[in-house]
Design a protein around this ligand. Structure first.
Ligand code: SF4
Length: 280
């Protein structure tokens, strides 16, 4: 399956994925929709828990930011921005507290999709039921990307985690807002292309810093990609080639920048101190 094939589908991307998965079998379709509704509910639950819990993670590095941001004054007068960021961090802080989350596609990047999707939906007054088909689109995008590149910071840097998550989220939002498969493919490609080269440098090896705030940033990135695609912008580099470029750059990254904790912010004096303290 390729993005090129998907972009030629006349309707929404989810219709393509549903047909491909169920081959017109009504029972299989109902079962898939029910499964995605369950996943969506688990995602929503992780957002809700994260927004009300300000307990620190075991390392003490994160845990209170989502609730704090959600309750903070909106000085920018940008409620969508604040909501998307708070929701994304809520999920990743739950992950840091060992709470239940839905990997999308990984635990480290689990906040980007729900942050962006629920954030936009709540901002526009859309129901969770309306998010089931966009979630199928998000899952399909993750599947296409994973056929070409590794989905893991240890393999390709953070671009191989946050990149797919932002791409999945951009495609899902595009569908939610009425975009067809062509627009969703370009939204996903724009999101992915602009995460290439992002390094994986978790402090102390814990998926907390920079991971929690990184999800907040890239959930907004996903919304921006959807907005560009819905306005008619296209990925100049064909989307399947973008995935290939992402995989290629990931392979070029030295081991220090692939989740070993030996580069980036993990290799700062503070990062090394935290790693030593937690090892004791
Ligand atoms: S920095 Fe590494 S561990 Fe953290 S989210 Fe990115 S890929 Fe995952």
């Amino acid at each position: 399956m390729t993005f090129d094939e998907l972009a030629r589908h006349p309707g929404p991307a989810s219709a393509f994925f549903l047909e491909r998965e169920t081959r017109g079998d009504a029972d299989a379709r109902d079962a898939l929709l029910a499964k995605m509704a369950e996943r969506l509910a688990a995602m929503r639950d992780s957002v809700d828990r994260g927004l009300t819990n300000d307990a620190k993670s075991r390392t003490g590095m994160v845990g209170w930011n989502a609730k704090g941001l959600h309750q903070a004054a909106d000085l920018l007068d940008a409620p969508l921005l604040k909501r998307v960021q708070a929701y994304a961090m809520a999920v990743n802080e739950e992950n840091a507290r060992m709470g239940r989350i839905v990997a999308a596609p990984t635990a480290g990047s689990a906040g980007t999709l729900p942050g962006a999707l629920f954030g936009v939906a709540d901002h526009l007054g859309r129901s969770d039921e309306e998010l089931i088909l966009p979630l199928i689109t998000a899952a399909g995008f993750g599947e296409i990307i994973s056929e070409t590149m590794f989905i893991a910071g240890a393999s390709g840097g953070c671009g191989a985690e946050i990149g797919p998550s932002a791409s999945m989220a951009a495609a899902a939002i595009t569908e939610l807002l009425g975009g067809d498969a062509h627009a969703a493919v370009h939204a996903g490609s724009l999101a992915l292309m602009n995460t290439i080269g992002l390094v994986c440098d978790p402090v102390g090896g814990y998926v907390e810093v920079p991971c929690v705030s990184r999800n907040a940033f890239y959930s907004v990135h996903a919304v921006a990609a959807a907005q560009l695609a819905l306005a008619g912008l296209e990925s100049f580099i064909p989307p399947d080639e973008v995935v290939g470029a992402m995989a290629s750059v990931g392979r070029m990254l030295p081991p220090e920048l692939r989740e070993t904790g030996e580069g980036g912010v993990a290799d700062t004096p503070t990062g090394r101190r935290i790693a030593l303290e937690m090892a004791k």
